[in-house]
Design a protein around this ligand. Structure first.
Ligand code: SAM
Length: 410
């Protein structure tokens, strides 16, 4: 059957607007792929998370049935839990109607298995061990680690029948160094026998929080208009502890968010966990400390490939959604609403099928009209694990998802 206009546009952009403008389904793979010319993320590698219940080594009857966790009755909650429950109830109506809108988009749901399966894995299911950049960066040898950027012939030189080839190499320090691909093509970089794909006009700075001030621009006219932050919040779960190191909340006061912001304004996106204690700390102390105002909560609703929620909406300690807060620095709302800039007023819901643990969907395209200041906006991601065309990615493992194993050649 003929694809609807919205579906055609989704296949091109990875964005499907549901239910007016406040609910959006996104395919992060399609959105991220706009950063690359010769490479493409492999969908089956991105969507590698399994939602099937873990297979048991024991026959069904030998396994004691797990009791399903029910929401706690209201009278059993302590004060903070009651506040959290109230917040959940407020978000609930918005999330339910967003999910309803997704379930009504039968054309989109019908296409999802195909969108996510893609053309198969780039490495036939065999995943080589990922490099542990966090460990490498802490090693005494870190200052001696070098990465080799392969610079290619420009397109004009390339257009004959001659095969493309490297025309030069740049060897640079890997850690504590701002490394950029200034070209308009993907660059392949080599480090310890692994290849990393650097999208056009992307930069990264792989360092610890102690070095972050290196990114503060000399003048605020060179600052950033979009600042996305996904901190390594402390979290009770053992799983998360194994995934990456975490930091106590007070460390995040040291992030120079205000100094990174552009003088004409910045939109600041801060990812959260669902813990009420954290939410209060962020709203009452951290965001005011950074100078962020006019904060609006957004929600990321996580679904399985069939469109169903990844878990029950009302489970108390495990939610199928995450909240992120969006606010402004240096924006004078009364003067700045123009055709190109719409002041953000209401909450939105982003729906997607999640990828690797803690990997967040890309947001720039969804927020474009709400970013203040000159265009194209200057964007930076703090605690990043991947690169994006036109962005600076900072963190202790920004090359994490750039391994060529996650990419297919176009
Ligand atoms: N937004 C990322 C994504 O979508 O994949 C996930 C970020 S994850 C929540 C937090 C990141 O902060 C991890 O990569 C972790 O290694 C990094 N991190 C932890 N401690 C750090 C430190 N002291 N300095 C820099 N980065 C740190």
């Amino acid at each position: 059957a003929e694809l609807s206009e919205e579906l055609k546009s989704f296949m091109e952009t990875g964005i499907y607007r549901l239910d007016g403008s406040n609910v959006v389904f996104i395919d992060p793979v399609r959105v991220l792929n706009e950063s690359y010319s010769r490479f493409a993320l492999s969908p089956s590698d991105y969507y590698s998370r399994s939602f099937a219940p873990p297979k048991s080594a024991f026959p069904a009857e030998a396994v004691p049935k797990k009791r399903k966790r029910k929401p706690k009755p209201h009278h059993d909650l302590n004060e903070r839990e009651r506040v959290a429950e109230k917040r959940h109830q407020e978000a609930r109506a918005l999330l339910l109607s967003a999910h309803k809108a997704l379930l009504a988009a039968a054309d989109l749901l019908g296409l999802l298995p195909q969108v996510m399966g893609g053309e198969g894995s780039s490495h036939g299911g065999e995943r080589a061990a990922e490099k542990n950049f966090v460990e490498l960066g802490n090693h005494w040898k870190a200052p001696f680690c070098e990465i080799t950027l392969g610079l290619r012939a420009s397109n004009e030189v390339d257009q004959g029948s001659r095969p493309r080839h490297d025309v030069g190499r740049a060897v640079v320090s890997l850690f504590n160094n701002l490394i950029g691909n200034e070209t308009n093509d993907d660059v392949e970089a080599e480090f310890q026998n692994c290849c990393y794909i650097l999208p056009r006009r992307s930069s990264f700075h792989m360092s610890d929080l102690r070095q972050i001030r290196d990114l503060v621009p000399a003048q605020s006219s060179q600052g950033f208009n979009l600042i996305v932050i996904d901190p390594p919040w402390e979290n009770g779960s053992v799983h998360q502890k194994a995934a990456y190191p975490t930091l106590p909340n007070r460390y995040f006061f040291n992030l120079p968010v205000k100094e990174l912001a552009h003088e004409d304004g910045a939109l600041v996106v801060l990812w959260m966990t669902n813990r009420e204690k954290l939410r209060m700390f962020v709203e009452k102390e951290l965001l005011p400390g950074w100078g962020v105002t006019d904060v609006t909560p957004f929600y990321w609703l996580k679904v399985k490939p069939d469109g169903s929620l990844i878990c029950d909406l009302d489970l108390f300690h495990h939610r199928p959604y995450e909240c992120f807060l969006i606010g402004y620095i240096n924006v004078d709302v009364d003067f700045q609403c123009t055709e190109k800039f719409k002041y953000l007023k209401s909450s939105q819901v982003i729906i997607s099928v999640p990828g690797a643990h803690s990997r967040k969907p890309p947001l720039e395209k969804l927020l474009l009209e709400h970013i203040p200041g000159p265009k194209p906006a200057k964007c930076i991601e703090l605690f990043a694990r991947e690169l994006t065309a036109g962005w600076i990615s900072w963190g202790n493992e920004p090359l994490r998802f750039q391994d060529s194993l996650y990419f297919l050649k176009k």
